[in-house]
Design a protein. Structure first.
Length: 436
């Protein structure tokens, strides 16, 4: 029961990116100016995660019937300008070595896989495990061969080109040899890691309603927050006590208890017991408090408390990669810093990986020096408009800039911009971080 982690996402040709790599640490903080491509980078991970579930590509990305909704821009929005296809890849770490996936999806004139490659550890080292051939001309199918570890040519078969080929491997490969067992193992390890990516996008107005108590696995919008917290209170008292303590630190007034009220129909709704002030139900709570509760509940319960869907293989622990955009939305700067401490604790104490975007100077200043290794700056190439992803610590001027104060101050003050010929020129550093 070993958990595996997504180490990087390759945005080979996706939306505004060409050849970019998003490295993922236990805590990854994506920063940059508005319209720099932060959301596009997150969408790359989202598309891979959806494809890993084995659904038809169109349904996975457009999600016409699913609750998650379409990836921003849908299929056509994934394609770089002037192209008819997009390419993505990722690397997943395992105890036996890295597993890599690279895939190209054609969108026009028909939606189909036109190239896919899976590689991973075998008894003989890292090897190609799945290699696609040419798509069939008249049908949305594609030939692919897989590793079996035997002398001679690898076996070859016809796969559905409208689904991720790697997701089809466990049912297509019989596992009659050590090589085939290695192939299936690597595919399932990668698929389990990708399906453990969860994009939390709390929508406060959806949380202000009664929900069925049994609907306790938190959904993307956190609309069933009351049921999720009710389940925590019944089944994990320690986590519930921790959540209440954090909530008391957030509020500017006394909170006696956090309770879950029940309607005549058996549905539930959160409420704050504020002593003499009485009960404040979820429909009267602030946006910031509801967002805080949703994020905190996710971090305290990990993947077990979220609607991740079934793992591709129950033999693998489904480690969580939690994605939250604009973590600070609806929160006071001091509260955002408290959420960051919780995020850091979750990343340190469990298998949870957290990927956030932020514009908050207070949150950036709360990052430690060690955290800076997980900060990635998103920017655009001035000449081409192509998206760029650069580790903060690799930017020119990083060391000198950090010597002048916390990161949040560097991003907002602009006091390091010395272009009068004296000292370091921080113009490019400042531009990338949105200063000035």
């Amino acid at each position: 029961m070993t958990g595996h982690a997504i180490e990087e996402v390759r945005l080979t040709a996706f939306k505004s990116f060409h050849g970019a790599v998003l490295p993922l640490a236990p805590l990854t903080v994506l920063i940059g100016r508005n319209s720099s491509g932060k959301s596009n980078a997150l969408d790359g991970l989202e598309v891979l995660s959806r494809l890993a579930r084995g659904d038809e590509i169109t349904e996975a990305v457009e999600s016409r019937r699913g609750a998650a909704g379409p990836v921003r821009g849908g299929l056509s929005g994934c394609v770089p300008h002037g192209s008819d296809r997009f390419s993505l890849g990722c690397t997943v770490t395992t105890e036996h070595g890295p597993v890599t996936l690279d895939v190209t999806v054609q969108v026009e004139p028909g939606v189909r896989i036109i190239e896919e490659r899976l590689a991973g550890p075998t008894a003989g080292g890292i090897r190609p495990l799945l290699t696609s051939g040419e798509p069939t001309p008249l049908r949305p199918d594609i030939h692919a061969s897989w590793h079996n570890g035997k002398p001679g040519r690898n076996p070859r078969g016809l796969f559905r080109g409208t689904r991720l080929l790697t997701a089809q491997l466990p049912l297509r490969v019989p596992g009659d040899s050590e090589g085939e067992t290695d192939t299936v193992w690597a595919a399932e390890a990668l698929l389990t890691a990708l399906t453990g990516a969860f994009h939390l996008d709390p929508v406060p107005h959806l949380m202000r309603q009664y929900v069925q108590a049994r609907d306790f696995r938190l959904r993307r919008t956190a609309e069933n927050l009351s049921a999720a917290i009710g389940h925590i209170s019944r089944h994990d008292p320690a986590a519930f006590a921790r959540l209440v303590d954090l909530l008391r630190g957030l509020a500017d007034h006394d909170i006696d208890r956090l309770v879950v009220t029940t309607s005549e129909l058996g549905d539930v709704m959160l409420a704050l017991d504020e002593g003499r002030l009485g009960l404040t139900p979820a429909r009267e709570m602030s946006d910031g408090m509801l967002r805080f509760l949703a994020i905190t509940a996710s971090l305290l319960t990990g993947g077990a408390g979220l609607e991740l869907g079934p793992a591709p293989d129950p033999g693998f622990a489904q480690s969580l990669t939690l994605v939250v955009e604009e973590l600070e939305n609806g929160l006071h700067p001091s509260q955002a810093a408290e959420v960051l401490r919780l995020v850091r604790a979750a990343a340190t104490e469990s298998a949870t990986r957290v990927l956030i975007t932020t514009h908050s100077p207070a949150l950036l200043s709360a990052l430690s020096g060690d955290d800076h290794r997980g900060v990635v700056v998103c920017s655009r190439d001035r000449a081409t408009g192509t998206g760029l992803l650069t580790r903060l610590t690799e930017l020119d001027g990083y060391a000198s800039a950090m010597g002048a104060g916390p990161l949040g101050d560097v991003v907002t003050s602009g006091r390091l911009m010395r272009r009068d010929g004296g000292g370091q020129d921080y113009a490019e550093f400042d531009r990338l971080l949105g200063i000035g």
